[in-house]
Unconditional design. Structure first.
Lengths: 189, 189
DNA sequence: ACTGCTTTTTACCAAATGGTAAATGCTTTA
DNA sequence: TAAAGCATTTACCATTTGGTAAAAAGCAGT
């Protein structure tokens, strides 16, 4: 829980009273590997913050191929925030890649925090913008670099994740087949 | 100018007094093809809105290869907004791809608008978020699809741009060589 | 330890893409 | 109109990546 409050305080000030309000509304939930945090075609019910574990965003392209779009690990928000705020159906799945421990807020509680804490919306806007920028920055090299360079930047950007996540998902994230990925890893060794 | 105000009104309400204030601070400038709107290593001096023309974001990767990261055309904001707001040096170039006519605001005028119009920050936050989401959505297929599919989604996402932009820049945006791009266009014909 | 199941690696060949270089086409300028 | 300069295409071959299939490795449950 401390990690979560520290995370928030990076983006704005909160007094102890406000922090207690937030803590009071946070629920801890556990999701097992391969379970979904939210699903394409359904309205996201909650916004989460990862205390332990890794999740991924994924969708199926028009050829039916499963595409891993992004990984999120400890001490980061996990949410299809646009769809959550607007309460409209998501177009992507958010799936646990390992067993996860999450802090979550229901839409009702999230709104109550927003209506109670002055400046909360500003904080969350900053967080969303920050996450989007990080996403763009991390995914950009995946377009222009060759597969080996993509893998190297993945290792830099998500240190340790190689050992926690099925390689098939990483290959999908990097935009290559699992076979090519295996070959590349072999050449690097 | 009407286009600009209409664009803003998509994201929030503004009364005539506020609109007049904004109009009063907007300057029209012209940039010739290949000139820079802002440059890597320099602090962005202004935020712009494209009335006519096309610009691109570009950077040089660690191998010195020029990478076109994004195109922006008429009736869209063009700004390295994070660096502009914070007034820190940019890491990318913004270059006119065609002769351009822009509305621009200096940092001083932009701040004055923000300090005068209640709700302005909210509008600009929405716009920034919107642009970032669109960027992610447009660039995502570039990772996982093959070159032909990338080209097809480019045509959908930027209709008409193929005929206004040097093909070498499009190839770079798609993450392929100009030769491959030429070959792909030939096969489609 | 064995079985069955999933993940990862390997092998093979086909297809796509990159790199170098040259040819063609298009625009601008004298 | 010719010349020069840049953009685009083509050709050729090397390299990378994809697709299919099978082997090997890892893992869970008995």
């Amino acid at each position: 829980m401390k990690e979560f409050i520290d995370y928030l305080l990076q983006f704005g000030n909160l007094n102890t009273h406000q922090i207690d309000l937030i803590k009071g509304k946070a629920k801890v939930i556990y999701i097992q590997k391969d379970e979904y945090f939210s699903e394409a075609g359904k309205i996201p019910k909650q916004v989460g913050f990862i205390l332990e574990g890794v999740v991924r965003f994924l969708y199926y392209n028009n050829k039916g191929k499963e595409i891993t779009q992004y990984f999120i690990d400890e001490n980061n928000f996990v949410s299809d925030q646009q769809r959550f705020e607007a309460q409209v159906v998501a177009s992507e799945y958010i799936q646990a890649v390992t067993d996860c421990k999450l802090l979550v807020f229901s839409k009702k509680d999230w709104d109550e925090i927003g209506n109670t804490i002055v400046g909360w919306h500003h904080i969350t806007e900053l967080i969303v913008k920050n996450c989007l920028l990080k996403t763009i920055e991390r995914r950009s090299p995946l377009v222009s670099e060759d597969a080996t360079s993509r893998y190297n930047s993945f290792i830099e950007q998500f240190p340790g994740l190689v050992n926690r996540v099925p390689l098939s998902h990483i290959a999908s994230y990097l935009g290559i087949t699992q076979q090519s990925f295996s070959r590349i890893r072999k050449n690097i060794r």
